[in-house]
Design a protein around this ligand. Structure first.
Ligand code: NAI
Length: 353
């Protein structure tokens, strides 16, 4: 460690399950966790006073204002306990705050959840579960289709997209992928076909989103994109909510162009996901409308939530922080240059995410 005092890590948006996994990993790495239920924001940033590091999740806000305040308080590093980093103002952080993340924990966790959504929506097990509890054993309305020989289109063939491709191939599906940085050697060995986005939209029976949220991908599933898709297509989003223009999705569901939607993420999810509103209800009319469709399955950003993923997240987060306090290199630091323009990373020799 750089100093002999045990470094304090302010862990924002800490739920009991976060503490269960992080506390032992931090202990093993000589770190002291300060577990805070609040999300990090301009209003709560002062709770990090006295800490040398912050640990944050997907809904914590690392805007320029928050980054500036953290730097002023002497916090030297923000450890994201997730892969995505669209909630960080990297330009503001550059040179003031190291930002590290967990680039890969369990791509299988997310891909398996995406396939769970496909299977549920297709075979309507969510509806069958409700029916049989009410002694309704009728099959009317529960008709599904064979996945075998259908076409699965994956937008993004990174870690999660590749895991999803393997699952799709395991079901005997034809798998199409669209990725501007496609590794064609992998595509050949995995038995998948690289295609343009338009072709993927036109030919896929099921489309699953596995690309990051960037200025280029924000709102990519808009009305014109939906219009290109096959009638009755199933759309799965475990990527980020803002990839989809939700109002266009609603219109697609109403017209029947979209046959089913599985959403683990939602564009306004920060207001609700991970919290319990069962007593008060919600005032987001778009989300409320989505929950009324029998062919829409919403889960609250839980795709990552397996024991294996939580263990890996805790271990990598602790290792990222320990490396910083030991003064060593930070292999999981997010590089501003890569994040901004996709140039070759001076550190990794290719893009580092
Ligand atoms: P990754 O970085 O391994 O792969 C992302 C892939 O998307 C890369 O191959 C990249 O070239 C590709 N890509 C970039 N721009 C694209 C575009 N315009 N069109 C198509 N492909 C594009 O990331 P990984 O680990 O596979 O994660 C993907 C996303 O999944 C993350 O960015 C994150 O937003 C989301 N995620 C969601 C979780 C959940 O619990 N729902 C958990 C973990 C990640």
């Amino acid at each position: 460690m750089r100093n002999s005092i045990q470094p304090v890590v302010a862990v924002f948006d800490a739920k009991p399950y976060d503490r269960d996994f992080l506390a032992p990993a931090f202990r093993r790495s000589g770190l002291e966790g300060r577990y805070l239920p609040s999300r990090l924001s301009a209003e709560t940033v002062r709770l990090a006073e006295g800490a040398q590091a912050v640990c944050v999740f997907v809904h914590d806000d690392l805007s320029a204002e928050v980054v500036g305040e953290l730097a002023r308080m002497g916090v030297g590093i923000a450890a994201l306990r997730c892969a995505g980093f669209n909630n960080v103002d990297l330009r503001a952080a550059h040179g003031r705050l190291h930002v590290v993340r967990v680039p890969a924990y369990s791509p299988h966790a997310v891909a398996e959840h995406a396939m769970a959504m496909v299977l549920t929506l297709n075979r309507k097990t969510h509806r069958a579960w409700l029916r049989t509890r009410d002694s309704n054993f009728a099959l009317q309305g529960l008709l599904g289709f064979d996945l075998h020989s259908k076409t699965l289109g994956l937008v993004g063939a990174g870690r999660i997209g590749r895991a999803m491709a393997a699952i799709g191939r395991g079901f005997g599906m034809r798998v199409l992928v669209s990725d501007p940085f496609l590794d064609s050697a992998w595509a050949t060995s995995a038995g998948v076909e690289g295609v343009t986005l338009d072709r993927l939209y036109e030919e896929s029976d099921i489309i699953s989103l596995h690309c990051p949220l960037t200025s280029e991908t924000q709102g990519m599933i808009h009305a014109a994109a939906i219009a290109r898709m096959k009638r009755g297509v199933m759309l799965i989003n475990t990527g980020r909510g803002k990839l989809i223009d939700t109002r266009a999705l609603l219109a697609g569901l109403k017209s029947g162009r979209i046959g089913a939607a599985g959403l683990d993420v939602y564009e306004e999810e920060e207001r609700y996901f991970f919290e319990d509103f069962s007593a008060s209800g919600i005032d987001d009319d778009v989300l409320a409308r989505l929950t009324t469709f029998p062919n829409v399955l919403i889960t609250s950003h839980q795709a990552f939530f397996t024991r294996e993923a939580m263990e890996a997240i805790a271990a990598t987060t602790a290792a990222n922080l320990k490396a910083y306090f030991d003064g060593g290199p930070l292999p999981n630091e997010i590089c501003l240059r890569c994040a901004r323009d996709g140039d070759a990373c001076p550190r990794a020799g290719a893009r580092c995410f």
